[in-house]
Design a protein around this ligand. Sequence first.
Ligand code: C5P
Length: 394
Amino acid sequence: MNKQVILGVSGGIAAYKSAELVRRLKQAGAEVRVVMTQGGQAFVTPLTFQALSGNPVHTDLLDPEAEQGMGHIQLARWADVVLIAPASANLLARLAHGEATDLLSTLCLATEAPVCVAPAMNQQMWQDAATQANIQILAQRKRHIFGPAQGEQACGEVGPGRMLEPDELVEAVSALFETGVLAGRQVLISAGPTREAIDPVRYLSNHSSGKMGYAIAQAAIEAGARVTLVSGPTDLPTPSMVERVDVVSAEDMYNAVMQRSTQADIFIATAAVADYRVDTVASSKIKKDSDKLTLNLCKNPDILAEVSGLRENRPFCVGFAAETDDVHAHAKQKLLNKGLDMIAANQVGEGLGFNAQDNALQVIWAAGERELPMMSKYKLARELIQLIAEHYSH
Ligand code: C5P
Protein backbone atom coordinates (compact mmCIF):
# COMPACT_ATOMS: atom_id res chain seq x y z
CA MET A 1 0.00 0.00 0.00
CA ASN A 2 2.17 2.88 -1.23
CA LYS A 3 -0.17 5.46 0.18
CA GLN A 4 0.21 8.67 2.15
CA VAL A 5 -1.90 8.11 5.23
CA ILE A 6 -2.95 10.67 7.81
CA LEU A 7 -3.70 8.80 10.99
CA GLY A 8 -5.98 10.82 13.26
CA VAL A 9 -5.84 9.83 16.91
CA SER A 10 -8.64 11.07 19.15
CA GLY A 11 -9.26 10.45 22.85
CA GLY A 12 -9.85 6.85 23.82
CA ILE A 13 -7.99 4.05 25.53
CA ALA A 14 -7.74 2.28 22.13
CA ALA A 15 -5.17 4.97 21.21
CA TYR A 16 -2.50 2.60 22.53
CA LYS A 17 -3.35 0.24 19.64
CA SER A 18 -2.78 3.06 17.17
CA ALA A 19 0.93 2.90 17.93
CA GLU A 20 0.93 -0.64 16.54
CA LEU A 21 -1.29 0.56 13.69
CA VAL A 22 1.42 3.04 12.61
CA ARG A 23 3.94 0.19 12.44
CA ARG A 24 1.59 -2.02 10.45
CA LEU A 25 0.75 0.75 8.00
CA LYS A 26 4.46 1.41 7.45
CA GLN A 27 5.18 -2.29 7.00
CA ALA A 28 2.48 -2.31 4.34
CA GLY A 29 4.41 0.44 2.50
CA ALA A 30 2.47 3.52 3.65
CA GLU A 31 3.95 6.82 4.69
CA VAL A 32 2.21 7.97 7.85
CA ARG A 33 1.69 11.38 9.41
CA VAL A 34 -0.14 11.46 12.72
CA VAL A 35 -2.59 14.18 13.74
CA MET A 36 -3.72 14.08 17.38
CA THR A 37 -6.59 15.76 19.20
CA GLN A 38 -6.13 16.98 22.75
CA GLY A 39 -8.00 13.93 23.99
CA GLY A 40 -5.68 11.65 22.05
CA GLN A 41 -2.62 13.24 23.66
CA ALA A 42 -4.05 12.45 27.10
CA PHE A 43 -3.65 8.74 26.31
CA VAL A 44 -0.44 8.51 24.26
CA THR A 45 2.27 11.14 23.82
CA PRO A 46 2.97 12.69 20.41
CA LEU A 47 6.58 11.60 20.87
CA THR A 48 5.56 7.94 20.64
CA PHE A 49 3.91 8.57 17.29
CA GLN A 50 6.73 10.75 16.08
CA ALA A 51 9.23 7.98 16.78
CA LEU A 52 7.08 5.31 15.13
CA SER A 53 5.99 7.28 12.09
CA GLY A 54 9.34 8.99 11.52
CA ASN A 55 7.45 12.26 10.93
CA PRO A 56 6.55 15.20 13.19
CA VAL A 57 3.16 14.83 14.87
CA HIS A 58 0.59 17.53 14.18
CA THR A 59 -1.55 18.72 17.07
CA ASP A 60 -2.53 22.37 16.59
CA LEU A 61 -4.54 24.21 13.99
CA LEU A 62 -3.23 27.71 14.50
CA ASP A 63 0.25 27.25 15.89
CA PRO A 64 2.69 27.66 13.00
CA GLU A 65 5.52 26.03 14.99
CA ALA A 66 3.47 23.00 15.88
CA GLU A 67 2.34 22.52 12.30
CA GLN A 68 6.02 22.01 11.47
CA GLY A 69 5.90 23.65 8.08
CA MET A 70 2.90 21.64 6.88
CA GLY A 71 -0.31 23.60 7.33
CA HIS A 72 -3.73 21.99 7.46
CA ILE A 73 -4.41 22.60 3.78
CA GLN A 74 -1.09 21.07 2.74
CA LEU A 75 -1.74 18.11 5.02
CA ALA A 76 -5.21 17.74 3.53
CA ARG A 77 -3.73 17.70 0.03
CA TRP A 78 -0.87 15.41 0.98
CA ALA A 79 -3.20 12.67 2.16
CA ASP A 80 -4.27 9.79 -0.05
CA VAL A 81 -6.48 8.72 2.83
CA VAL A 82 -7.39 9.95 6.32
CA LEU A 83 -7.90 7.21 8.90
CA ILE A 84 -9.17 8.22 12.32
CA ALA A 85 -8.46 5.48 14.83
CA PRO A 86 -9.67 5.60 17.50
CA ALA A 87 -12.62 7.83 16.60
CA SER A 88 -14.30 8.92 19.85
CA ALA A 89 -18.01 9.68 20.21
CA ASN A 90 -17.08 13.34 20.46
CA LEU A 91 -15.04 13.27 17.28
CA LEU A 92 -17.84 11.52 15.35
CA ALA A 93 -20.25 14.22 16.55
CA ARG A 94 -17.93 16.96 15.41
CA LEU A 95 -17.40 15.35 12.00
CA ALA A 96 -21.12 14.82 11.54
CA HIS A 97 -21.72 18.52 12.17
CA GLY A 98 -18.88 19.80 10.02
CA GLU A 99 -17.09 21.46 12.89
CA ALA A 100 -13.64 22.88 12.30
CA THR A 101 -12.63 23.36 15.91
CA ASP A 102 -9.24 21.67 15.83
CA LEU A 103 -6.69 20.44 13.30
CA LEU A 104 -8.18 16.97 12.78
CA SER A 105 -11.78 18.07 12.23
CA THR A 106 -10.63 20.92 9.96
CA LEU A 107 -8.50 18.55 7.92
CA CYS A 108 -11.48 16.29 7.30
CA LEU A 109 -13.38 19.21 5.78
CA ALA A 110 -10.41 20.32 3.70
CA THR A 111 -9.39 17.01 2.14
CA GLU A 112 -10.55 15.33 -1.04
CA ALA A 113 -9.11 12.05 0.18
CA PRO A 114 -11.41 9.38 1.58
CA VAL A 115 -12.01 9.79 5.33
CA CYS A 116 -12.34 6.60 7.39
CA VAL A 117 -13.32 6.32 11.02
CA ALA A 118 -12.70 3.42 13.38
CA PRO A 119 -15.06 4.12 16.28
CA ALA A 120 -13.95 3.09 19.75
CA MET A 121 -16.02 3.77 22.85
CA ASN A 122 -18.10 2.31 25.63
CA GLN A 123 -20.91 0.12 24.23
CA GLN A 124 -23.63 2.33 25.73
CA MET A 125 -22.12 5.41 24.15
CA TRP A 126 -21.95 3.61 20.79
CA GLN A 127 -25.59 2.54 21.00
CA ASP A 128 -26.82 5.93 22.11
CA ALA A 129 -29.28 7.46 19.63
CA ALA A 130 -27.12 10.55 19.16
CA THR A 131 -24.03 8.53 18.19
CA GLN A 132 -26.09 6.33 15.89
CA ALA A 133 -27.59 9.40 14.21
CA ASN A 134 -24.10 10.84 13.71
CA ILE A 135 -22.90 7.59 12.18
CA GLN A 136 -25.88 7.64 9.80
CA ILE A 137 -24.96 11.13 8.66
CA LEU A 138 -21.32 10.15 8.14
CA ALA A 139 -22.29 7.04 6.18
CA GLN A 140 -24.60 9.10 3.95
CA ARG A 141 -21.70 11.44 3.26
CA LYS A 142 -19.62 8.50 2.11
CA ARG A 143 -17.31 8.51 5.08
CA HIS A 144 -16.00 4.96 5.60
CA ILE A 145 -16.89 3.40 8.92
CA PHE A 146 -14.65 0.53 9.99
CA GLY A 147 -16.14 -1.42 12.89
CA PRO A 148 -16.56 -1.27 15.79
CA ALA A 149 -16.13 -4.87 16.88
CA GLN A 150 -18.04 -6.63 19.64
CA GLY A 151 -16.35 -7.81 22.75
CA GLU A 152 -14.86 -7.07 26.10
CA GLN A 153 -14.20 -3.41 26.73
CA ALA A 154 -11.59 -1.55 28.78
CA CYS A 155 -14.39 -0.34 31.07
CA GLY A 156 -15.29 -3.94 31.91
CA GLU A 157 -18.50 -4.04 29.88
CA VAL A 158 -19.17 -6.32 26.94
CA GLY A 159 -20.74 -5.14 23.68
CA PRO A 160 -20.12 -3.21 20.45
CA GLY A 161 -17.52 -0.45 20.67
CA ARG A 162 -14.10 -2.09 20.45
CA MET A 163 -11.79 -0.59 17.86
CA LEU A 164 -10.88 -2.99 15.03
CA GLU A 165 -7.43 -4.54 15.35
CA PRO A 166 -4.53 -2.83 13.51
CA ASP A 167 -4.30 -5.62 10.90
CA GLU A 168 -8.00 -5.36 10.12
CA LEU A 169 -7.71 -1.61 9.71
CA VAL A 170 -4.73 -1.89 7.36
CA GLU A 171 -6.70 -4.35 5.25
CA ALA A 172 -9.79 -2.15 5.22
CA VAL A 173 -7.76 0.87 4.09
CA SER A 174 -5.99 -1.14 1.35
CA ALA A 175 -9.35 -2.38 0.09
CA LEU A 176 -10.48 1.21 -0.54
CA PHE A 177 -8.02 1.47 -3.36
CA GLU A 178 -9.00 -1.75 -5.08
CA THR A 179 -11.12 -0.98 -8.11
CA GLY A 180 -11.11 -4.30 -9.93
CA VAL A 181 -11.33 -2.58 -13.35
CA LEU A 182 -8.44 -4.71 -14.64
CA ALA A 183 -9.37 -7.92 -12.84
CA GLY A 184 -7.72 -10.93 -14.48
CA ARG A 185 -5.67 -8.84 -16.92
CA GLN A 186 -1.94 -9.27 -17.45
CA VAL A 187 -0.17 -5.91 -17.51
CA LEU A 188 3.44 -5.46 -18.61
CA ILE A 189 5.16 -2.22 -17.65
CA SER A 190 8.61 -0.88 -18.53
CA ALA A 191 10.02 1.67 -16.09
CA GLY A 192 13.06 3.68 -15.09
CA PRO A 193 16.14 4.67 -17.04
CA THR A 194 18.51 2.37 -18.90
CA ARG A 195 22.30 2.46 -18.63
CA GLU A 196 24.47 2.11 -21.68
CA ALA A 197 27.98 1.03 -20.81
CA ILE A 198 30.93 3.02 -22.15
CA ASP A 199 33.56 0.91 -20.42
CA PRO A 200 33.49 -1.28 -17.26
CA VAL A 201 33.04 1.76 -14.97
CA ARG A 202 31.14 4.36 -16.99
CA TYR A 203 27.75 4.61 -18.62
CA LEU A 204 25.31 6.91 -20.42
CA SER A 205 21.91 7.37 -18.81
CA ASN A 206 19.17 9.91 -18.03
CA HIS A 207 17.30 11.46 -15.08
CA SER A 208 14.33 9.08 -15.04
CA SER A 209 13.49 8.06 -11.45
CA GLY A 210 11.03 5.31 -12.36
CA LYS A 211 8.43 6.80 -10.00
CA MET A 212 5.67 7.08 -12.60
CA GLY A 213 6.10 3.49 -13.79
CA TYR A 214 6.18 2.13 -10.24
CA ALA A 215 3.07 4.15 -9.34
CA ILE A 216 1.32 2.71 -12.41
CA ALA A 217 2.37 -0.82 -11.39
CA GLN A 218 0.85 -0.21 -7.96
CA ALA A 219 -2.36 1.23 -9.44
CA ALA A 220 -2.66 -1.74 -11.84
CA ILE A 221 -2.37 -4.15 -8.89
CA GLU A 222 -5.08 -2.23 -7.08
CA ALA A 223 -7.19 -2.55 -10.21
CA GLY A 224 -6.90 -6.34 -9.95
CA ALA A 225 -4.30 -6.97 -12.67
CA ARG A 226 -1.28 -9.27 -12.59
CA VAL A 227 1.66 -7.02 -13.15
CA THR A 228 5.18 -7.55 -14.48
CA LEU A 229 7.49 -4.58 -14.13
CA VAL A 230 10.61 -4.59 -16.29
CA SER A 231 12.72 -2.02 -14.53
CA GLY A 232 15.95 -0.21 -15.23
CA PRO A 233 18.12 0.72 -12.24
CA THR A 234 16.16 2.64 -9.56
CA ASP A 235 16.18 2.88 -5.76
CA LEU A 236 12.44 2.32 -5.51
CA PRO A 237 10.91 -0.50 -3.49
CA THR A 238 8.93 -3.07 -5.50
CA PRO A 239 5.20 -2.57 -4.91
CA SER A 240 3.72 -5.64 -3.25
CA MET A 241 2.42 -8.38 -5.55
CA VAL A 242 4.32 -6.98 -8.54
CA GLU A 243 6.70 -9.32 -10.38
CA ARG A 244 9.83 -7.27 -11.02
CA VAL A 245 12.45 -8.06 -13.65
CA ASP A 246 15.63 -6.00 -13.27
CA VAL A 247 17.51 -4.91 -16.36
CA VAL A 248 20.34 -2.49 -17.03
CA SER A 249 20.67 -1.65 -20.72
CA ALA A 250 18.11 -0.93 -23.43
CA GLU A 251 18.98 -4.25 -25.09
CA ASP A 252 18.34 -6.11 -21.82
CA MET A 253 15.04 -4.28 -21.50
CA TYR A 254 14.15 -5.09 -25.09
CA ASN A 255 14.79 -8.80 -24.52
CA ALA A 256 12.91 -8.90 -21.21
CA VAL A 257 9.90 -7.09 -22.66
CA MET A 258 9.74 -9.00 -25.96
CA GLN A 259 9.86 -12.33 -24.11
CA ARG A 260 6.76 -11.36 -22.17
CA SER A 261 4.89 -9.12 -24.62
CA THR A 262 2.61 -11.67 -26.25
CA GLN A 263 1.29 -12.93 -22.91
CA ALA A 264 0.35 -9.38 -21.89
CA ASP A 265 -3.07 -7.84 -22.42
CA ILE A 266 -1.72 -4.34 -21.88
CA PHE A 267 1.79 -2.93 -22.32
CA ILE A 268 2.55 0.42 -20.68
CA ALA A 269 5.93 1.83 -21.67
CA THR A 270 7.00 4.37 -19.07
CA ALA A 271 10.72 3.64 -19.31
CA ALA A 272 13.07 6.36 -20.47
CA VAL A 273 15.00 4.06 -22.77
CA ALA A 274 18.33 5.39 -23.99
CA ASP A 275 17.91 6.04 -27.69
CA TYR A 276 21.56 5.24 -28.42
CA ARG A 277 24.20 2.92 -27.03
CA VAL A 278 27.95 2.94 -27.44
CA ASP A 279 28.87 0.99 -30.56
CA THR A 280 31.76 -0.92 -29.05
CA VAL A 281 32.01 -1.04 -25.27
CA ALA A 282 35.67 -0.73 -24.18
CA SER A 283 36.81 -3.84 -22.33
CA SER A 284 38.98 -1.86 -19.92
CA LYS A 285 38.68 1.61 -18.42
CA ILE A 286 39.26 4.33 -21.01
CA LYS A 287 42.26 6.48 -20.05
CA LYS A 288 42.09 10.28 -20.22
CA ASP A 289 45.15 10.53 -22.48
CA SER A 290 43.78 12.81 -25.17
CA ASP A 291 41.95 16.16 -24.87
CA LYS A 292 39.04 14.93 -26.89
CA LEU A 293 37.21 11.66 -26.86
CA THR A 294 34.71 10.58 -29.46
CA LEU A 295 32.15 7.93 -28.72
CA ASN A 296 30.46 6.18 -31.61
CA LEU A 297 26.82 5.59 -30.82
CA CYS A 298 24.33 3.33 -32.55
CA LYS A 299 20.58 3.29 -32.24
CA ASN A 300 18.80 1.10 -29.70
CA PRO A 301 15.68 -0.82 -30.69
CA ASP A 302 12.42 1.05 -30.02
CA ILE A 303 10.80 -1.39 -27.61
CA LEU A 304 7.37 0.18 -27.68
CA ALA A 305 7.26 0.41 -31.48
CA GLU A 306 8.29 -3.26 -31.74
CA VAL A 307 5.58 -4.42 -29.34
CA SER A 308 3.00 -2.24 -31.02
CA GLY A 309 4.00 -3.71 -34.38
CA LEU A 310 3.41 -7.33 -33.33
CA ARG A 311 1.18 -9.14 -35.80
CA GLU A 312 -0.12 -11.70 -33.38
CA ASN A 313 -1.15 -11.40 -29.75
CA ARG A 314 -0.41 -7.72 -29.75
CA PRO A 315 -1.24 -6.13 -26.39
CA PHE A 316 -3.05 -2.81 -25.98
CA CYS A 317 -0.11 -0.36 -26.17
CA VAL A 318 0.26 2.77 -24.08
CA GLY A 319 3.27 5.04 -24.57
CA PHE A 320 4.65 8.02 -22.74
CA ALA A 321 6.01 11.17 -24.30
CA ALA A 322 8.20 13.39 -22.19
CA GLU A 323 8.70 16.62 -24.05
CA THR A 324 10.23 19.99 -23.29
CA ASP A 325 8.09 21.85 -25.85
CA ASP A 326 5.13 21.39 -28.18
CA VAL A 327 4.02 18.52 -25.98
CA HIS A 328 0.66 17.89 -27.59
CA ALA A 329 1.83 17.90 -31.22
CA HIS A 330 4.81 15.65 -30.53
CA ALA A 331 2.72 13.21 -28.57
CA LYS A 332 0.09 12.97 -31.29
CA GLN A 333 2.79 12.30 -33.84
CA LYS A 334 4.22 9.50 -31.68
CA LEU A 335 0.79 7.96 -31.26
CA LEU A 336 0.56 7.70 -35.05
CA ASN A 337 4.18 6.81 -35.82
CA LYS A 338 4.33 3.96 -33.32
CA GLY A 339 0.75 2.87 -33.97
CA LEU A 340 -0.23 3.16 -30.30
CA ASP A 341 -3.63 2.83 -28.68
CA MET A 342 -2.94 5.63 -26.23
CA ILE A 343 -0.19 8.04 -25.27
CA ALA A 344 0.35 10.00 -22.07
CA ALA A 345 2.28 13.19 -22.63
CA ASN A 346 4.00 15.33 -20.07
CA GLN A 347 6.15 18.38 -19.98
CA VAL A 348 9.65 17.83 -18.65
CA GLY A 349 12.19 20.40 -17.57
CA GLU A 350 12.81 22.49 -14.43
CA GLY A 351 11.05 20.72 -11.54
CA LEU A 352 8.69 18.93 -13.90
CA GLY A 353 8.44 15.30 -14.87
CA PHE A 354 11.33 12.97 -14.19
CA ASN A 355 12.26 13.32 -10.54
CA ALA A 356 9.25 15.21 -9.22
CA GLN A 357 6.62 13.77 -6.83
CA ASP A 358 3.79 15.38 -8.79
CA ASN A 359 3.02 15.31 -12.46
CA ALA A 360 0.31 16.23 -14.96
CA LEU A 361 -0.56 14.31 -18.13
CA GLN A 362 -2.31 14.88 -21.38
CA VAL A 363 -3.71 11.53 -22.44
CA ILE A 364 -4.42 11.15 -26.14
CA TRP A 365 -6.00 8.33 -28.14
CA ALA A 366 -7.24 8.13 -31.72
CA ALA A 367 -10.72 9.45 -31.01
CA GLY A 368 -10.18 11.79 -28.11
CA GLU A 369 -8.11 13.07 -25.26
CA ARG A 370 -8.25 13.89 -21.56
CA GLU A 371 -6.26 16.29 -19.42
CA LEU A 372 -5.16 14.92 -16.03
CA PRO A 373 -4.12 17.99 -13.97
CA MET A 374 -1.13 18.25 -11.59
CA MET A 375 -1.41 15.75 -8.74
CA SER A 376 0.72 13.15 -6.98
CA LYS A 377 2.11 10.44 -9.27
CA TYR A 378 0.07 7.83 -7.38
CA LYS A 379 -3.21 9.66 -7.90
CA LEU A 380 -2.28 10.26 -11.50
CA ALA A 381 -1.45 6.58 -11.96
CA ARG A 382 -4.88 5.56 -10.65
CA GLU A 383 -6.64 7.94 -13.05
CA LEU A 384 -4.54 6.73 -15.96
CA ILE A 385 -5.29 3.08 -15.16
CA GLN A 386 -8.99 3.96 -15.04
CA LEU A 387 -8.74 5.54 -18.51
CA ILE A 388 -6.76 2.59 -19.88
CA ALA A 389 -9.34 0.17 -18.49
CA GLU A 390 -12.19 2.10 -20.16
CA HIS A 391 -10.48 2.07 -23.55
CA TYR A 392 -9.09 -1.43 -23.33
CA SER A 393 -12.54 -2.92 -22.88
CA HIS A 394 -14.02 -1.12 -25.90
O1 C5P B 1 10.22 8.21 -29.25
P1 C5P B 1 10.26 8.46 -27.79
O2 C5P B 1 11.48 7.91 -27.11
O3 C5P B 1 10.03 9.89 -27.38
O4 C5P B 1 8.98 7.66 -27.25
C1 C5P B 1 8.73 7.51 -25.91
C2 C5P B 1 7.96 6.26 -25.67
O5 C5P B 1 8.57 5.16 -26.34
C3 C5P B 1 7.96 5.89 -24.21
O6 C5P B 1 6.75 5.21 -23.96
C4 C5P B 1 9.16 4.95 -24.11
O7 C5P B 1 9.03 4.06 -23.01
C5 C5P B 1 9.12 4.22 -25.43
N1 C5P B 1 10.44 3.84 -25.95
C6 C5P B 1 10.80 2.52 -26.01
N2 C5P B 1 12.03 2.15 -26.53
C7 C5P B 1 12.89 3.08 -26.97
C8 C5P B 1 12.54 4.44 -26.92
C9 C5P B 1 11.32 4.78 -26.39
O8 C5P B 1 10.02 1.65 -25.60
N3 C5P B 1 14.05 2.71 -27.47
